[in-house]
Ligand binder design. Structure first.
Ligand SMILES: [Zn+2]
Length: 141
């Protein structure tokens, strides 16, 4: 059972691969938030041996679950209400991701036209392959 400590209302990102918490912290822009964020590194896990956990005191709307699903869809999102786990959400790979990763093809229109959005589309769910919407350049996780 996950100990949510003093968190009354907020959410917990559980089962983060050990050592990945800071990467996720930056990807989600948690450093820009006013709310209280706790990072737990190398917590014991029966399933994974070691894991990282991030606790966030605030609404789920402060993070982009698509980005989270893209980084690691094995993360579990626990929603805490009145100090107990009210809901568990599992993540899936988003069909498209916008402005998270950049196309590496120097001749791609999105590399030339800086105002274009960087859009990648999931083309192979099993192999987790994303391709640039404009030039189909492959992005590997
Ligand atoms: Zn491209």
């Amino acid at each position: 059972m996950l100990n949510v400590g003093s968190l009354n209302n907020g959410f917990v990102l559980d089962h983060i691969e050990a050592g990945k918490a800071m990467e996720i912290y930056h990807y989600l822009g948690l450093d820009k938030l006013d709310c209280c964020v706790a990072i737990i590194k190398n917590a014991k896990s029966n399933k994974m041996g070691k894991k990282d956990i991030i606790k966030i005191d605030g609404g789920l709307d402060v993070v982009d679950l698509d980005i989270l699903g893209f980084i690691d869809h094995n993360i579990t999102v626990n929603i805490i209400k009145d100090g107990v786990i009210a809901e568990k959400k599992s993540l899936s790979l988003p069909k498209t991701i916008t402005n998270v990763i950049k196309c590496k093809n120097p001749r791609c229109i999105s590399s030339i036209e800086q105002e274009l959005k960087q859009i990648f589309v999931l083309t192979d769910e099993e192999k987790q392959v994303y391709r640039c919407k404009y030039c189909e350049e492959k992005y590997s996780l």
